[in-house]
Structures are given as structure tokens and as C-alpha cells.
Design a protein around this ligand. Sequence first.
Ligand code: TYC
Length: 119
Amino acid sequence: MPDEKSPPPSPPKPRVPRREGGQGAVVAERKALKTKPPSLYQVVMLNDDYTPMEFVVMVLQQYFQRDLDTATHIMLKIHHEGRAVCGVYPKDVAATKVELVLTASRREGHPLQCLMEAA
Ligand code: TYC
């Protein structure tokens, strides 16, 4: 039999900070505090002796949203220096762009190489 003078047991403490949301909702806040910005990756294109310059310019316009002047400038940088950054994106976006460029290049029979590296 419990002692009649002892206080009633206190309710269990919440394990994460909680705050009342609208209309009586309870919102856990820990996730938001821990969220980090996504890490960024640069998509790099490499030079080769066979892929036509026009194809590289088209790829830069179509998949990296570059205007004709900028695409031509980047293509010539690759041609003269061996490589250039086409754009910087979150990891999943960069991976998709690499895949799309490689797929389009192989479809047209070009050996164009494209890769991603941590920015
Ligand atoms: N070097 C190629 C040529 O002379 C052109 C080229 C540019 C190829 C950029 C690939 O990523 C590249 N036709």
C-alpha cells in the first residue's frame, strides 16, 4: 500500500524540446537544429581529341544553362587547358548532370568525359 503523504508520481519528461504549434499540434524541433546545408560538387568536363566543339557547346547550353558566349568560352578553356568546371551543384544534382552528359555523348558516339568532385 502506498504512503499517503508521498506526492503523486510526476509525468515522464519529453525527450526532445517541444512547442505548441497551431490548433494544439505538438512540434519536435531537434531535426531543424541539426540540418546542415548540402555539400556542393563541381561538375568538370575533360578535353579529348574527337568530340566536336559544337557538341560540347550544345551540352553546356542544354544541361548547364549556359548562354552561347559562355558555353563557347568554357568549351575553349577545356580545349586549351584540358578541363574546366561547368557548374557547382548539390551532390544529387551534380550526379544527375554527369549521367545525362555521358548518356547523350555515348548516344552520339563521342568519347566526352565528365566527372564530379567535391567543391
Ligand atoms: N578538343 C576537341 C576538338 O578539338 C573539342 C573538345 C572541347 C572536346 C571540350 C571535349 O570537353 C571537350 N574537337
